[in-house]
Structures are given as C-alpha cells and as structure tokens.
Design a binder for this molecule. Structure first.
Ligand code: FAD
Ligand code: N01
Length: 538
C-alpha cells in the first residue's frame, strides 16, 4: 500500500475522496493502469450510500442486475442477486465483495475525512489535508465523494427542543425494534420516507407522517429473482450491459414514439394500467414520449396515479392529502414503494399535511403545528440531502488563481461534461453535477466517468502533459447544453433537490444532464477520439 499517513509520504498519482461505487472503481482502474493511489473515506468501511443509509426498507430502485458493476465478466457471473431490487445489506455485501475480490480496501484509509484540497501550481500537485491534520500530495484529485452523501441540515423548526429519540434515515443508527411500541413521527416523504414508513408502521404503536409535498409513489413490484431469470441474464450479460450503456437511463430501454393524445382515452388508460403493473422507471412516467415535455400530456398520467391513490386509500380526506398536485409526474424523482399507500389504511397511522399546518416549533415531547400539537416519543427525519455541491464544497478545493470551488460556483455549478471545472487543474468529479448521474442508473454513469477520466489522464501522460484543465469556452458550451436540454422538459419548472431548491440559499441550477446516458457517452467518446479539444493539456 502507498503510505498515506504523513506529510512525508511519497507523492501518489491519484488522490481520491470516497469509497463507494465511484471510489472503488477508480481504485480498480488506477491499479490496472499501474498508478499509485491514496483513497480516503470518512466512514469506517467501504460502501458509500450503502454504508450510511441503513434505514428499514432501504433498497435500490434500479433493478440490481443493472445497478451493479459491468467492468468484470467474472464478477457479474459469480455474483447472484436475490431480489429484483436488492435490500441495502445485500448491496453492501456486494460492494464489500468487490473490494475484497479486487484487493481494493488496502488503497483506502478509513475513518478519515478530507477537509481541504489545495493546488500547488509550481509543483503541479494537489495537497489534501485530512481531519487528523496529516497531508498527502498527489498528481490528480478525484472527487468520488457522492451526489447524495451529505445530509441536508435539519431545518425543522424547534427540533432542538425535542428530548425524545431522533434518528435520520441517512445516518440510521438504531434498530427498528427501538421504535417498537412507540409513538413515532416521520418527517419527509421522498424516496427514503416512502421506503421506511410501511415498516415503521408495523412496529410503532402510532405513526404520524408529516408530509410537505405529496409525491407519485409507484408500486416497486419487488420480488425474488428466479433461477431461470438469473441464468438468462448471465448468459446475455454482455449484451444487456451494452444496451444499458447506450440507453437513455442506463437500463434497457423501452422506446416509445407516440404521444399521450395520439391515442384514445380508453387506450391511454389501458396503457397506463399495463405500465402501472410493470412499474419501474419505464412504467407510467415513460409510457408516452411527451410526458416529460407537455404539461397536458403529463396531467393524464398524474390523474391516473391520483385515481390509484383514491382506489387504494379508504379515508377520502387522507387520500386527497396524498394526491400529488404540486408538480408534474416524474419532474421530481419518482418514488417506488411497497404497500406505501396501503399503510395509510392502518388504524395506527395518520397523515398530517404540512401545507395545511406547518410545523411552528417542538416541545420536549411534541411536534407543534399551526393547528395542533402531536405527542411523539421518536422522530425519524427523512428530509434528504444537500446534493452534489454539499460534499464537493466540504472538500474546500482551492487553487491560488480561482480561489475556492464554492466561490467559483457561487452563482451556480459550472462544469465541463460534469467531470472537470475551469480553474481547477487535475481535479475530476465522478458522477458529478451536470453529468447524467442525476437521472440514470448511477453505477453505469460512474463506470463511464472513471473510464473516460482514466483515458484522458493516460492520453495526457503519453503527451508528456502534467496539467489537465478544461477551457472556459468548452465549459460554457457544456453549461449551455445542459441548460438548453433541461429547459425543454418539465424538470425545469419543478422545485426539487435536482435543482438545489431543497436547501436554503443554494443557487437553483439544474444539477444534471438529462439528454440521456447513451447520447452523453457518444459525445464523450467523440471528444476523446478528437484528442480532447475542450481540454488544455500542458
Ligand atoms: P457515495 O456512495 O455517496 O460514496 C461517497 C463516499 O464519499 C461516502 O462514503 C462518503 O462518506 C465519502 N466522502 C464524502 N466526502 C468525504 C470527505 N470529505 N472525506 C472522506 N470521505 C468523504 N442510484 C441509482 O442509480 N439507483 C438506485 O437505486 C439508487 N438508490 C439509492 C438509495 C439511496 C438511499 C440513496 C441515498 C441513493 C441512491 N442512489 C441510487 C444514488 C447513489 O448515491 C448512487 O447510486 C451511488 O451509490 C453513488 O456512489 P458514489 O461512490 O458516487 O457515492
Ligand atoms: O430526500 P428527498 P430522500 N420540513 O429530498 C421533506 C435517492 N434515494 O432522502 O418535497 C418538512 O427526496 C421534503 O418535502 P418537499 C433518490 O435519488 C433513492 O427521500 O421538499 N419536510 C421531502 O418530502 C432520492 O430522490 C432511494 O416539500 C421536509 C422529503 O423531506 C434521493 O435519494 C431511496 C423538510 C425529502 O425528500 C433523496 O431522497 C432513498 C422540512 N424542513 C433515496 N425538509 C431508492 O428508492 C425536507 N422535507 C432507491
């Protein structure tokens, strides 16, 4: 292992922050290419998202046979997923297996936070400072620090007054049994809330869900993966992965060309029914080509889902509060749940709409709203993340010329391909903002990004170049492309973490490229073939 423990450690080729899917694959590529590598991970072990998010019900919502590494044929043949959407412990075991199988763990220092990263222009090196005070120098700095790894600051009024048990889904540190027989509140009904609410309802004496914005929750339709399915997938894995790489979302596509009003009302409803049964990202929200561009078309799908909620939820008032009316279907990240709406038929579950009665404060044992006071023993916070820029800014990435990354991006994110940013040489982001990560099977996006970055470094080394930086012009073009692409869609009109609007004071720029994984890959490949025209290599 490269000694990464003191300021006298030898200079490494690659400094990397994070040991989730991104960091581990970056370590693998570095080892394959013979580069020295020093990785740092704040957690005690590998896993990233799947190390931290251990709340009840946590699982992926991109099918596991796709939401996994494709770089090793042996790996994908020897690993067998148990369910369509594997639960968190299984995904974490998989990541641990990968770390052991490819001997990657030795390349990371755990329980170690990177607190600063400074570019030394005369030496063409990055120097990272660790929370221990140690420093380490390296030629390239990779932020594999995750898009959803920094929990949002708790912005619920009066939280500091509450004396009962408080736990956050993104830093879950209790067992479900700790909530047994208790009066529990869940605040937040995004993907995390949707996954844990049904399981908490099963053990709590009383569960009160505090919902601010109702979302569209599709049935996950999870289940065991049968032997024949697994055998079939393994026989065809190479072809399946290739299809994913060139698809819009990093999963096998189901292309549709017709629009919602091209068909009769009857046919539309039949197709939504079939899509609802199928579920997944190619379900209702992907049944017609114009659902994410035409508000009227979208409304047909939204109303279909509201009807489903009214059918499932017995109490009409609760059903109406659960009906999503505040944003188009799919324009915020859709949620996939198991018995989510059914849970609100339980005697011990009630729903409070924070749009009707916002929380004003808390006491030691109650949540106080504009309309009443709710006594609880425990509060589960499922309020989301400071996405992308949260973890990146915490690195305090600084160059003498451009200053800190957070200052360079004070008006919004600016990247070249979501991978680099002008003014910050030899700094690379894996699955970063303005990449397709936001709306893709992220593991596929990670592999593509690491391969592309590694090829660029290889190219620069071959040319004798030590410094790699995008031109401002290429970056401006990419920002324009990402904005123009999203402006054609309903994503642009919707407040969500996709746009940074969930965090007070964060500039609202869209944090992803929504033109599709396949199209993005083609662009990146073409840029590489042409000798990286948007990149200065010196
Ligand atoms: P992460 O897994 O977030 O890992 C980043 C690591 O960097 C973390 O371990 C963190 O501790 C470490 N780190 C950050 N800053 C520092 C620092 N300064 N110093 C040291 N270490 C640091 N995506 C999908 O495509 N499909 C899904 O089904 C899916 N499900 C998800 C479910 C949940 C509950 C969440 C939260 C996200 C989900 N995602 C999903 C997105 C998921 O984040 C990515 O798929 C993927 O796991 C990201 O991997 P990563 O390695 O890039 O980042
Ligand atoms: O976070 P979120 P999440 N008072 O931001 C509410 C991935 N993921 O952790 O919409 C009261 O989506 C907020 O309300 P509003 C996935 O990419 C995947 O659930 O802002 N409420 C919202 O209801 C996902 O998109 C899975 O009005 C407050 C909720 O809290 C991303 O991670 C599972 C509040 C936050 O929802 C984030 O999901 C889990 C406040 N002060 C996560 N602040 C899978 O299924 C926020 N809220 C694979």
């Amino acid at each position: 292992m490269t000694d990464t423990t003191s300021s006298t450690s030898p200079i490494v080729d690659v400094l990397c922050v994070g040991a989730g899917f991104s960091g581990l694959y970056a370590a693998y590529q570095a080892a394959e290419r013979g580069w020295t590598f020093a990785g740092y991970e704040a957690a005690p072990d590998v896993g990233g998202t799947w190390y931290w998010n251990t709340y009840p019900g946590a699982r992926c919502d991109v099918e596991s046979i796709y939401y996994s590494y494709s770089f090793s044929e042996e790996l994908q043949q020897e690993w067998t997923w148990s369910e369509r959407f594997a639960p968190q412990p299984e995904i974490l075991s998989y990541i641990n297996h990968v770390a052991d199988r490819f001997d990657l763990r030795r390349l990371f220092r755990f329980n170690t936070k990177v607190v600063a990263a400074n570019w030394l222009p005369d030496e063409h090196l990055w120097e990272v400072t660790l929370d221990s005070g140690d420093t380490q120098r390296g030629r390239y700095l990779l932020a594999a620090s995750g898009g959803l790894s920094t929990p949002k600051d708790v912005d619920v009024p009066g939280m500091e007054n509450f004396a009962g048990l408080t736990v956050s889904t993104s830093r879950w540190n209790i067992s479900l049994d700790d909530l047994a027989g208790k009066r529990v509140a869940v605040i937040g009904t995004g993907s995390s809330g949707v996954q844990c609410i049904p399981l908490i309802a099963e053990v709590a004496e009383q569960l009160t869900v505090f919902q601010r914005t109702p979302n569209y929750v599709f049935p996950a339709r999870n289940g065991p993966l049968h032997e024949e399915t697994i055998a079939e997938v393994k026989r065809n894995y190479s072809a399946i992965r290739e299809e994913c790489r060139h698809s819009p979302g990093g999963i096998p596509d189901r292309p549709v060309t017709d629009c919602a009003f091209d068909v009769s009302e009857e046919e539309r409803q039949e197709r939504y029914e079939r899509a609802y049964e199928r579920s997944g990202f190619l379900g209702v929200g992907a049944e017609f080509a114009d659902l994410l561009t035409d508000p009227k078309a979208n409304e047909t799908a939204a109303e279909f889902m509201r009807n489903k909620i009214r059918e499932i939820v017995h109490d009409p008032r609760t059903a109406s509060l659960l009906e999503p009316h505040f944003h188009p279907l799919g324009a915020k990240r859709s949620c996939f749940g198991t018995d989510y709406y059914e849970t609100f038929n339980r005697e011990n579950v009630s729903l409070i709409s924070l749009r009707e009665e916002p929380i004003t404060t808390m006491t030691s044992d109650s949540i106080v709203t504009e309309r009443g006071s709710y006594e609880v023993d425990a509060i589960v916070l499922a309020i989301g993340f400071d996405a992308f820029t949260g973890p990146l800014f915490a690195l305090n990435v600084t160059t003498p010329e451009a200053g800190r990354l957070q200052d360079a991006w004070s008006d919004g994110v600016r990247t070249y391909l979501g991978v680099m940013t002008a003014g910050f040489p030899n700094f690379f982001m894996i699955a970063g903002p303005q990449s397709p990560a936001l709306v893709s099977n992220v593991v596929m996006t990670i592999e593509q990004a690491v391969d592309w970055i590694s090829d660029l470094i290889t190219h620069a080394k071959a040319e004798g170049g030590e410094v790699i930086e995008p031109t401002t012009e290429a970056q401006d073009d990419w920002v324009t492309i990402t904005e123009a692409t999203v402006d054609q869609t309903l994503f642009a009109t919707t407040d969500s973490w996709y746009r940074g609007s969930n965090v007070a004071g964060k500039p609202t720029t869209f944090l992803g490229y929504v033109g599709g994984v396949g199209k993005y890959r083609r662009m990146c490949t073409e840029i590489a073939k042409r000798g990286y025209p948007g990149v200065k290599i010196g």
